[in-house]
Design a protein around this ligand. Structure first.
Ligand code: 13P
Ligand code: SF4
Length: 366
């Protein structure tokens, strides 16, 4: 299987003139190319994408919704406005004849990069020695296809922030313990929601190759991979405390990729879809501070002008890798398709895909 680094080295290079063309010209060209491609093309857009890109999406969604939509697509080309692991998932859930395109190969995810397959196999061997056959592995979909395949061949499943509670319940119903990759925070927040005490959660550090546990090893029920989202880590307890002191009537709504310290003192926590649905259902005039990616928060501010919405961190930036997909790269990918050239195709080798799909299917069947 090609690594992300190899894919980057092989990636097609966008001609420089796309970067200097005025935005209105690029919009006109992108629109024209989109029309010419008709129903041979389907564009998927994650909610964290920029406005200049998301407006071209045929469907928008969070990770779970986008994988469900990808699995039903029949178009020849699926252009993914999102990040690399999402495009890999779309490739694995579509037929080999359908091409999945990521307009900029640099749109990776730092969280997904925090668990590589060698580290994971090594951790699994050590955990098996320590705990025997008592662990079900679960991986957040924000992981590479190789990690999803590892989970699939070891009887586990994928999860997203929308179905984490259901999937963790499933894993712990099967075996005494679970290993949750690669986001320790989603794993911890979900386990707490299910009533598992923090003391029964250990952390596997892939750099030190060491289990950090506060209880006796036999009492560990949840093993959390030491990974995190660099975007959601920017929301801190002090942001919540400041708002509580200055504006006690502002509701605080965060994504479960934030730390447990932040989630436990916020009013509401849930997936991207949950955040959008909560704002949609809120009263006009209500006040909100949202702890998630900034493109989405800005869009909610625009879409709901009668709600008073701010970011929980006033100095928050968008996710840098999501932002790699911009109007120049989108226009380039579309115009190349019109010319019959597929750039930046994402493919997962069949063996990895077969095993990863076992893990994905368990989640999609729920
Ligand atoms: P969801 O789409 O599952 O909410 O995940 C958020 C995220 O960080 C995507 O990269
Ligand atoms: Fe990865 Fe976090 Fe960006 Fe999502 S928001 S793509 S988890 S770095």
């Amino acid at each position: 299987m090609t690594s992300l680094l190899e894919e980057l080295q092989l990636a097609d290079a966008m001609p420089a003139h796309y970067l200097t063309a005025p935005a209105d010209e690029l919009h006109a060209r992108a629109k024209r190319a989109r029309e010419l491609l008709g129903d041979r093309l389907y564009i998927l857009g994650h909610h964290y994408q920029k406005d200049e890109v998301i407006r071209y999406a045929d469907a928008t969604g969070d990770s779970l919704q986008l994988s469900q939509i990808a699995a039903q697509q029949t178009a020849d080309f699926i252009l993914f406005c999102g990040v690399h692991f999402m495009a890999e998932t779309a490739d694995m859930l579509t037929t080999p004849e359908q091409a999945v395109i990521l307009p900029d190969m640099r749109a990776g995810c730092s969280m997904a990069d925090m668990a590589n397959i060698d580290q994971t196999e090594r951790a699994w061997r050590e955990l098996q020695e320590l705990f025997g056959d008592t662990i079900t592995p679960l991986t957040y979909v924000n992981s590479t296809a190789a990690i999803k395949a590892f989970v699939g061949r070891n009887g586990g499943a994928t999860v997203t922030s929308s179905n984490a509670v259901e999937m963790v319940e499933w894993a712990l119903g099967r075996k005494e313990r679970m290993l949750f990759l690669p986001d320790q925070h989603l794993g911890r927040n979900t386990a707490v929601k299910l009533g598992i005490p923090l003391e029964q959660m250990a952390v596997w550090d892939p750099i030190k190759q060491k289990l950090e546990a506060e209880c006796a090893v036999e009492d560990v029920r949840v093993i959390l991979w030491k990974g995190h989202c660099s975007v959601h880590m920017n929301f801190l307890p002090k942001h919540v405390q400041n708002l509580r002191a200055n504006e006690p009537d502002r509701n605080i709504l965060v994504h479960p990729e934030c730390t447990h310290e932040v989630v436990s003192i916020s009013d509401y926590a849930g997936s991207t879809k949950y955040i959008i649905d909560t704002i949609a259902a809120s009263e006009p005039g209500s006040k909100w501070a949202i702890g998630t990616e900034m493109n989405l928060v800005n869009r909610l501010i625009q879409d709901y002008p009668d709600r008073d919405i701010v970011s929980l961190n006033p100095y928050m930036c968008p996710c840098l890798t999501m932002n790699r997909i911009d109007l120049p790269h989108l226009t380039w990918a579309l115009e190349e398709l019109v010319e019959g050239r597929v750039i930046n195709r994402i493919t997962v080798d069949p063996q990895t895909a077969d095993e990863a799909v076992m893990a994905l299917q368990k989640m999609l069947d729920k």
